[in-house]
Design a protein around this ligand. Structure first.
Ligand SMILES: [Fe+2]
Ligand SMILES: [Fe+2]
Length: 319
């Protein structure tokens, strides 16, 4: 049995749990608290410091993610919770919901993801330290659609805040929801194409190219979300200024779709490319090596603002 590390402080007394908590002693798992035992306020295991890592069995990880998602507001509004743990909770909830959406194709999860996007904007977007903590959780894997949607959502939202500081929280939240759901149309593309390792054939690529239009259809017809700005993000995030993009080959592209596009390309560059047998690029390598392309496609302002998104705030230690 494999064990997955979790932050113990995210487990709160009085909340119902459906997973067991272990610690490791001499590399051996020892049960701290079984799922049937409530965590009491005065439980000795609550005395561990906020960075204490506990473990849960791998086959219970889904229950853990669901627990965090369900109790996210409780965690975020707890004054005793560290910023690091709050950001970790947002990350676990959002990614858990995105993974479930991709695996189950249950579109109802889009509403949970939207709620998480609102919390992300409310609790992180104005806080450079929170953002740098969240960025430190990012993992790249070009074959993981859920991870990709999460990464693009985070990058594009931060970049939007940097470039358009005058946007209202309401507007920024709506735009962020669009970013986290930008590839929702991919759920309608054949799984064998999505999971293919290696280059796409022309026919396969033509299928992939349908995802912006399919995404808008999902948004309107299945989710009944009517938001012109979210539609633009989904529809135009693969358009290019020179008209070489898809689905329409447009040259006038919505500003937020362009920001999404920049984040999308950046995530692709920094993700694993197993068919090329190359190591993924680090943040600054990717930005440096593709400087000319980014400036040509998106302009110097966006390029420079994007670099600034990765600055770690000075004189602030991760809490
Ligand atoms: Fe896309
Ligand atoms: Fe994408």
């Amino acid at each position: 049995m494999k064990f997955i590390p979790i932050r113990l402080k995210l487990i709160k007394p009085s909340l119902k749990r459906d997973f067991d908590i272990y610690t490791l002693e001499n590399a051996k798992p020892v049960l701290l608290l079984s799922r049937d035992n409530p965590l009491d306020e005065d439980s000795p295991i609550l005395q561990y410091n906020s960075n204490f890592i506990a473990f849960i069995p791998e086959d219970q990880i889904k229950s853990f993610k669901a627990y965090i998602s369900k109790n996210l507001d409780n965690i975020l509004n707890d004054p005793k919770m560290t910023k690091h743990n709050k950001m970790y909770a947002i990350y676990i909830s959002m990614l858990g919901n995105l993974e479930e959406l991709v695996n189950s194709k249950n579109l109802k999860l889009c509403f949970k993801i939207s709620d998480d996007a609102s919390r992300f904007v409310a609790h992180a977007i104005n806080d450079t330290l929170a953002i740098s903590i969240l960025l430190s959780f990012i993992k790249n894997d070009s074959h993981n659609l859920a991870l990709h949607m999460f990464n693009v959502g985070v990058y594009a939202s931060i970049l939007t805040k940097k470039l358009h500081d005058d946007l209202s929280v309401k507007k920024l939240t709506e735009i962020a929801k669009g970013y986290f759901l930008h590839d929702i149309g991919m759920l309608k593309i054949d799984k064998t194409i999505l999971q293919k390792k290696g280059k796409y054939t022309e026919d396969e690529f033509n299928e992939i190219k349908k995802h912006p239009l399919l995404g808008v259809e999902v948004l309107r017809k299945e989710l009944k979300i009517f938001s012109p700005i979210i539609e633009k993000i989904i529809l135009e995030h693969h358009e290019r200024r020179d008209g070489s993009g898809y689905p329409y080959g447009k040259t006038e592209i919505n500003e937020f779709a362009r920001i999404c596009s920049m984040a999308d390309i950046f995530d692709a560059i920094t993700s694993k490319r197993d068919y090329k047998d190359e190591l993924p690029k680090t943040t600054f390598e990717a930005l440096k090596e593709n400087k000319e392309f980014f400036i040509k496609e998106f302009g110097r302002d966006k390029y420079e603002a994007f670099i600034k998104c990765f600055y770690i705030p000075k004189n602030e230690k991760h809490a």
